[in-house]
Write a protein that binds this ligand. Structure first.
Ligand code: FES
Length: 567
């Protein structure tokens, strides 16, 4: 098989000339023939001034390069798109598939025998793994690592669960301008990803569980020296994989690996976004994530990791308690230890080396869980025929069975305009409904599912209400919030039929979400809906591609032409 610089020659109709020309140009960078004859490890560069979560990427790239060269291979760094969560308009999810396409095609187009993808901010690891699966080149994932915690008035703070909690307190008038401004400078005290169990941490834990990154790589804090050493070891391992030609992502991503990932997703009280991303990754293989199986796993797997937003601690505490290897050890027979990893062995080797940390309380045992059931539950009913999810570990127990009057917002814009209107007819027992915020409708399924508590209700001390939508929610958020209602309203889902004043029943133990309107009434509304003018769709560019090919949440929100394998 062709390797190194000879791979994927540019087409000039003369292979010898193509290689001659390629070498002539790359020598302009000062490379020797010895260097150019080595196996090549590509390294993605996702550094961007717009992505503070990736602020340590330059240091990690140098460490990966060192590891590659110590193992006798040749590192080649190349840029790809970088997506910083709070700098992506309209929402980072709109760009995830673009990053996946960019990464996939640049891995395909350029000669490399293995690749190290460095990422971390929410959509970046999913995009990079989707690309790695589709190219099926030996891949090592290097997460950038979580931030260290902040402190304010003797309290430990973390982005962004505490961003939301303290902003809500500010909205309710409990925290003044001066203090909220001080808090603003303390919530994100270092580079790295959000240090609660948000989407970035969730995806890093899933990546480690899938065997695509080295043990402990999900949890080592971004600024720690250990993070840099882990990057060096990742480079070394990628060089070995470049020579051996494997393992490839498709060799690692077996049904057992996907089941393990779902077990860990439930046990960490992970982000609901993790389910969408894991589904998208699976859909690039010949395996699938089934929502009912995922829900069943949740009934058997307790939440063991005590991290915000479901619990108390932060990622550095999880790390010092033993990280993902220790969690998998605690999960015992719920994890299939025969699953292989890029480290060369199986999860059995990883668990055998898990550290025992006396007195740690961030990773519980199965007989002393944080929550008896897993973090997420899948709901169905006449409002969500293809499913919806709730992060039950971060919801209010008293609202898990609740019937309330719907207060409907037509779009994110309508929500923004009216939620704090003193004239809004709303009580704490109502159910806030947001629609047209799904994959097609918004577009990009923004993290608008965490509808703010209306100011006039918040100022009465109310911290939670039932909120439902076809949107997503940040993994760092909390509350009794039903998300990913599928099909979404803009794709003809029944959420489009809800009227303010209708009654909605949520029953999490029974896994139901129902609009209490009879079938005849719903059919009448459906017929009336069909007569309304259709929403305009984009005519050009990425927006057109997105609108025409985006899949629903239960299919991972990938583009329909990117799923599956070539054969
Ligand atoms: Fe990048 Fe939270 S904003 S991980």
């Amino acid at each position: 098989m062709t390797k190194g610089l000879r791979k994927g020659l540019t087409s000039y109709g003369d292979a010898g000339f193509s290689l001659f020309l390629r070498k002539a140009f790359i020598k302009a960078m000062g490379f020797s023939d010895d260097a150019l004859d080595r196996p090549i490890v590509g390294i993605t560069n996702t550094y961007s001034d717009y992505n503070p979560c990736h602020g340590n990427v330059p240091v990690l790239i140098e460490a990966v390069k060192r590891g590659v060269m110590l193992a006798g291979a040749m590192p080649m760094v190349f840029p790809t798109i970088s997506i910083g969560e709070s700098f992506a308009h309209p929402t980072s999810m709109y760009l995830r598939n673009l990053m996946a396409m960019d990464t996939e095609e640049m891995i395909r187009a350029q000669p490399m025998d293995a690749v190290v993808v460095i990422g971390g901010c929410d959509k970046t690891l999913p995009a990079q793994i989707m690309a790695a699966v589709s190219t099926n080149l030996p891949t090592v994932v290097v997460p950038v690592g979580p931030m260290v915690v902040g402190h304010h008035k003797g309290e430990v703070l973390g982005a962004c669960t505490d961003c939301r909690r303290l902003w809500s307190a500010h909205r309710a008038g409990e925290i003044g301008e001066e203090e909220i401004s001080a808090v603003n400078g303390r919530l994100a005290p270092s580079v790295g990803t959000c240090m609660v169990m948000g989407t970035a941490s969730t995806m890093a834990c899933i990546t480690e569980t899938l065997g695509l990154s080295l043990p402990m790589s999900a949890t080592i804090p971004a600024p720690h020296a250990e993070r840099v050493r882990s990057a060096e070891a990742s480079g070394r391992r990628a060089a070995e994989m470049a020579v051996a030609g494997g393992p490839t992502p498709n060799e690692l991503l077996t049904p057992a690996a996907f089941r393990n990932a779902q077990v860990v997703l439930q046990a960490i009280g992970g982000s609901t976004n993790g389910l969408v991303h894991l589904t998208a990754i699976a859909n690039r293989t010949k395996h699938r994530i089934d929502l009912d199986t995922f829900d069943q796993i949740g009934r058997e797997v307790p939440v063991l990791v005590d991290l915000k937003p479901s619990g108390l601690h932060y990622m550095e505490h999880f790390h010092h308690a033993g990280g993902v290897p220790k969690l998998m050890k605690q999960l015992g027979d719920l994890i299939d230890l025969d699953a292989k990893t890029i480290a060369g062995g199986t999860l059995r080797d990883v668990v055998k080396n898990a550290e025992d940390v006396p007195g740690q309380d961030a990773i519980r045992s199965r007989d002393n869980p944080i929550k008896a059931e897993g973090g997420m539950a899948v709901l169905r009913g006449n409002l969500a025929p293809r499913g919806a999810v709730i992060k039950q570990s971060a919801a209010s127990p008293k609202l898990m069975q609740h019937t309330g009057r719907a207060v409907v917002f037509e779009s994110v814009e309508d929500l923004t305009n009216r939620i704090d209107d003193p004239k809004l007819d709303v009580t704490a027992d109502d159910v806030l409904v947001l629609r047209n915020a799904g994959p097609k409708g918004a577009p990009g399924m923004p993290e608008a599912g965490y509808l703010p508590i209306p100011k006039k209700i918040g100022s009465q001390g109310v911290k939670d209400m039932v909120r439902i939508s076809d949107a997503r929610m940040s993994g760092t958020a909390f509350g009794t919030i039903v998300l990913h209602i599928t099909p979404e309203s803009a794709a003809g889902g029944p959420l489009a039929l809800v009227k303010t004043g209708d009654m909605i029943r949520l029953d999490v133990p029974a896994r139901r979400i129902e609009l209490l309107v009879d079938d005849a009434g719903l059919q009448k509304r459906q017929a009336a809906q069909a007569k309304l003018p259709q929403a305009k769709t984009p005519k050009r560019g990425y927006a057109k591609l997105f609108a025409e090919t985006i899949l629903q949440a239960d299919e991972g929100c990938d583009f329909d032409f990117l799923t599956g394998t070539e054969d």
